[in-house]
Design a protein around this ligand. Structure first.
Ligand code: ZN
Length: 158
């Protein structure tokens, strides 16, 4: 990791953890998933509204935890909003590869999320970076398997 990368990494992570984007909950029907990472104390509450074709119409999150978990969630919401089901799945897989596989070149489509690639050297940090994405993966599953997607978003996480 060179010095420029290190500096950019810290700026972006700090910026997103201090001022998370798409922070909050969604009104109306949305899939709601809670995730946690007990080894670090991170929590995420993710709300996703999928369109009829499974596209990501909107998503928001609330949560507490370390800078990496919150920054990853914030960056994820920016990246996934408006994406088709297929695009969202590709991004999920690409990001998972980048933070879990060793020799992987981060694809350009991940944008600033590539900055999180450094966590793969630290297994505990991988869980932090993946927390929001695991929640999103679960939300996709719930949306495709049934009634959860038509329920009102549950207020119990606010
Ligand atoms: Zn963490």
């Amino acid at each position: 990791m060179n010095a420029d990368f290190e500096e950019l990494y810290q700026q972006v992570i700090l910026d997103h953890s201090k001022r998370p984007r798409n922070f909050g909950t969604l009104e109306g029907p949305a899939v709601h998933v809670d995730g946690d990472n007990p080894s670090c104390g991170d929590e995420i509450h993710l709300h996703v509204r999928f369109g009829t074709e499974g596209q990501v119409e909107d998503l928001r999150f609330t949560g507490v935890g370390c800078a990496i978990s919150q920054a990853s969630a914030s960056l994820m919401t920016l990246k996934l909003k408006g994406k088709s089901k297929q695009e969202a799945r590709e991004l999920l897989e690409a990001f998972t590869d980048v933070v879990t596989l060793g020799e992987h070149e981060a694809p350009k489509m991940l944008g600033d999320l590539r900055l999180l690639s450094g966590v793969r050297k630290f297994p505990q940090r991988v869980k932090c970076a993946m927390l929001a994405w695991r929640a999103f993966e679960q939300a996709m599953q719930e949306a495709s398997t049934g009634p959860v997607s038509t329920e009102k978003s549950a207020p119990h996480c606010s």
